[in-house]
Design a protein around this ligand. Structure first.
Ligand code: ARG
Length: 499
């Protein structure tokens, strides 16, 4: 797949074409590229309501790339002469340049990016421009554009996600040895290494990358040649078009090809899951930066103050990312709902796929980029974490396991230690402050050595099992990820991940 792609077409959208303020000029329908069948004029309101140009203009690079390939395919099929094809290609290059430098006039009356480019082509090279659309429909054209766009967008997103993972791994490495309470039910449960916690998110993001890579397999299928719905009469070599556009496969059913938006839904779904992960991270960052936890300090540049309360430093970025998760979920459900009742094949409803898709890609991309930066600047506060580890009976399980080593069945030892915790709570002390006598009274299997397991360090280093929080395990995970996430290694290292 090509890696170098043209500059972001995002800037392509002229201000005058935003949804709220379309530049409206009422024109007789003879000016419409599809106007032949019409006598009446398009209502102004209808024109702006049906236009997608305000948002699909960002697809122009892909639309032109597809048109160039289609033109060459038409020439190969002898539908266009070499001279004709050459003139069309030259015209398309000219339009691409004009759009890139902001010289192209986007007009609402052109309806969409396809017709805007075709109209300009005809202005530039005359009626010959009208031959480009031979054997093609906007229905197969738009799905091609979207596939090309997504191939690009996902490739960039993979890179941003890799960067995010790197930030998490660096964070883990920077705070090797820092202990914190591990939680279940948001209750202190067992001590873990902060690095272990950070690496949990690296795993989540790795799965997100995998899901989007999987989607790419189904995106990477070339639909041109499907025409409006039934295929085309012209003997075009679809495999040739696919080769030109670097597609490994072509679609096999024209009806499906023009009405399929599964790949968009898959991307939205992968992005929704990714946002769910970022939202969970947000929730932790918000909690940890609170006065109640004080585990971290968020960098000033990523927070805002209160207009009324001078002492406030608010975690707006995590809050917004948590909030935007709802918006991305909404896009997924919106499109699923749009498509669910559509008879085959193309229906105009499908135009409603683009705004949620673009907004999702933009939202996810910004969120991922911003989190990589924020994590690079995050301050971790080991003291409050340590304090939290030493209070709250986080070592109770260690004591129960100690009895198990002495031959006591785990259920029984669980019960014995539970009683000890109750006793401690009543006496207002910690497990470590129990006397040997008190231990022995709880179970004759206890001895002095039991106190040795009652340190968070011991509890952590005992979890020396693949996936566990012991320092050696975490260190080897950090090593694995550092190697895997190097920019040159595209896929997860084949090397065994465990020591
Ligand atoms: N703007 C349309 C879309 O996004 C392009 C295809 C329009 N096709 C049609 N027959 N009106 O889906």
């Amino acid at each position: 797949m090509k890696t170098s792609r043209p500059k972001s077409p995002r800037n392509a959208q002229p201000r005058s074409l935003t949804r709220s303020q379309p530049r409206l000029t009422k024109k007789p329908d003879k000016t419409k590229l599809w106007g032949g069948r019409f006598q009446g004029q398009t209502e102004t309101l209808v024109e702006s309501f049906t236009a997608s140009i305000g948002f699909d203009c960002r697809l122009y690079e892909y639309d032109i790339e597809g048109s160039l390939a289609h033109c060459k395919t038409l020439q190969r099929a002898k539908v266009l002469s070499a001279r004709e094809s050459h003139a069309i290609i030259k015209g398309l290059h000219q339009i691409r340049e004009d759009i890139r430098v902001g010289r192209h006039a986007w007009k609402v009356e052109d309806e969409d990016v396809h017709m805007s480019i075709e109209r300009r082509l005809t202005q530039l090279i005359g009626p010959l421009g009208g031959k480009l659309h031979t054997g093609r429909s906007r229905n197969d054209q738009i799905t091609l554009d979207l596939r090309l766009y997504l191939r690009d967008a996902l490739q960039h997103l993979q890179e941003d996600l890799r960067r995010l993972q790197q930030s998490l791994v660096t964070l883990a490495e920077r705070h090797k040895g820092v202990m914190m309470p591990g939680y279940t039910h948001l209750q202190r449960a067992q001590p873990v290494l902060f690095s272990h916690h950070a690496l949990a998110y690296v795993e989540m993001v790795e799965r997100d990358k995998g899901r989007l890579r999987d989607a790419l397999v189904r995106i990477n299928v070339m639909p041109l040649g499907s025409g409006a719905l039934a295929g085309t009469n012209y003997p075009i070599d679809r495999h040739y078009t696919a080769t030109l556009l670097d597609f490994p496969q072509i679609t096999q059913n024209s009806l499906d090809a023009v009405s399929d938006r599964d790949y968009v839904i898959e991307v939205l779904s992968g992005c929704a899951i990714l946002m769910m992960h970022l939202s969970r991270l947000s929730e932790e960052l918000i909690l940890w930066s609170s006065q109640e936890f004080q585990f971290i300090d968020l960098p000033d540049g990523f927070c805002t103050g209160s207009s009324m309360m001078p002492q406030k430093k608010n975690p707006d970025i995590p809050e917004l990312i948590r909030g935007k998760t709802g918006r991305v979920y909404g896009h997924l459900f919106g499109l699923l709902t749009t498509v669910k009742g559509l008879p085959l094949s193309y229906n105009r409803d499908l135009q409603e796929d683009k705004e949620p898709l673009f907004d999702t890609i933009d939202t996810v991309t910004t969120s991922v980029k911003i989190y990589a930066e924020l994590l690079d600047q995050l301050t971790v506060r080991p003291e409050p974490m340590n304090k939290a580890v030493s209070e709250g009976f986080l070592l109770a399980t260690e004591l129960a396991d100690y009895l198990v080593q002495k031959g006591v069945p785990f259920r029984e030892s669980h019960h014995i230690v539970g009683n000890l915790v109750r006793e401690c709570l009543a006496k207002g002390k910690d497990l470590l402050q129990l006397t040997e006598h008190e231990l022995l009274r709880a179970s004759p299997s206890f001895d002095k050595k039991a106190f040795r397991v009652l340190t968070p360090e011991a509890a952590i280093s005992q979890k020396n099992i693949v996936g566990g929080t012991a320092g050696t395990q975490v260190t080897s995970q950090i090593k694995y990820w550092k190697k895997t996430l190097r920019p040159e290694s595209k896929t997860p290292s084949k090397k065994k991940r465990t020591p």
